[in-house]
Design a protein around this ligand. Structure first.
Ligand SMILES: Nc1nc2c(ncn2[C@@H]2O[C@H](COP(=O)(O)OP(=O)(O)OP(=O)(O)O)[C@@H](O)[C@H]2O)c(=O)[nH]1
Length: 284
């Protein structure tokens, strides 16, 4: 099965990103720490190369610390500055500000050489749906930024949000539509809640998660659901979880949809433990 994304959406997103990018000195590309590579959009990477970039791996509190460290090394090895953050941790927000200022400094030095008066460094936040763009903007601005709805026919003036005296952010983040020809990428993005639940059958997504956990996180599968047999059949696992958690139909049969719902909720709220669904290509 090949999952096609909507080319119209992607072309529009690309144009918007290209336009906004002209205004910024550097880009903060947000990815989800639980699937960092799947959360990048390959068609936009060439556009992004025009500016200095930092990768911010969001939701590190839900991801596997050991694998997050491997991902950071993977990006750093390619000369890309990267950090993993929990948006609710103030120290992490400080690190983002610090790194942003460092990245913008080169640009400021150049302006200074040309005799231009220094101005704040300007950054643009980019990322796939639900990755945490608005939340990070609000944390960086240290206040709730009002959402200004787009009105057709009214040209919206770009607003800059002050982060610190010498650092500003574009108020509207760029949305990167993920692209996935690879069905595994689709399953990962569906599992972490990036793409709409209607797009892929939820029981298939959950089967993917359980299979991945059987291989990488068998202890957590046992701890949450009491599944001890690492090679148990998927059907049996659904039935086992359904009976154990009371996900039943009126006749007493297991309701597979309910099982899928509860497993996905457990994953997204961290009840299955800290889980990363993708390892770097050079992972041992
Ligand atoms: N646990 C955890 N949750 C986070 C983190 N960052 C963001 N979230 C949550 O992720 C969800 C989505 O965050 P948003 O800021 O709305 O994401 P967005 O990228 O602006 O989403 P779109 O508007 O759909 O593009 C919210 O429930 C946030 O609370 C994080 O570091 N850790």
């Amino acid at each position: 099965m090949t999952i096609q994304w909507f080319p119209g959406h992607m072309a529009k997103a690309k144009r918007e990103v290209e336009e906004k990018l002209k205004l910024a000195d550097f880009v903060m590309e947000l990815v989800d720490a639980r699937a960092p590579l799947s959360a990048q959009n390959p068609i936009l990477q060439d556009v992004l190369q025009q500016k200095p970039k930092m990768i911010v791996m969001m939701k590190k509190d839900l991801a596997d610390d050991k694998i997050s460290a491997e991902w950071l090394a993977y990006f750093n090895d390619q000369g890309i500055s990267a950090m993993a953050i929990n948006v609710n941790d103030k120290a992490d927000i400080k690190r983002v500000v610090q790194k942003g200022k460092e990245l913008g400094q080169a640009k400021m030095d150049k302006l200074k050489e040309k005799g231009v008066n220094p101005r704040p460094v300007r950054a643009m936040i980019l990322g796939i749906p639900n990755v945490g763009k608005s939340t990070l903007i609000n944390r960086l601005a240290n206040k709730k930024i009002a959402q200004i709805g787009d009105k057709p026919g009214v040209t919206k003036k770009q607003q800059w949000i002050k982060v610190k005296n010498d650092f500003e952010l574009l108020d509207t983040p760029g949305i990167l539509w993920p692209k996935f020809d690879d069905e595994l990428v689709g399953y990962r993005l569906a599992a972490i809640g990036t793409i709409k639940d209607q797009l892929l059958p939820l029981d298939d997504v959950v089967a993917f998660v359980i299979r991945y956990m059987q291989q990488h996180y068998p202890e957590q599968l046992e701890e949450r659901y009491g599944i001890e047999d690492e090679s148990a059949d998927m059907w049996d696992i659904f039935v086992f979880i359904g009976k154990q958690r009371g996900a039943l139909e009126s006749g007493g049969n297991v309701n597979f949809d309910k099982v899928a719902d509860l497993v996905i909720r457990d994953l997204r709220t961290g009840k299955l433990g800290d889980i990363t669904l993708e390892t770097p290509p050079d992972h041992a």
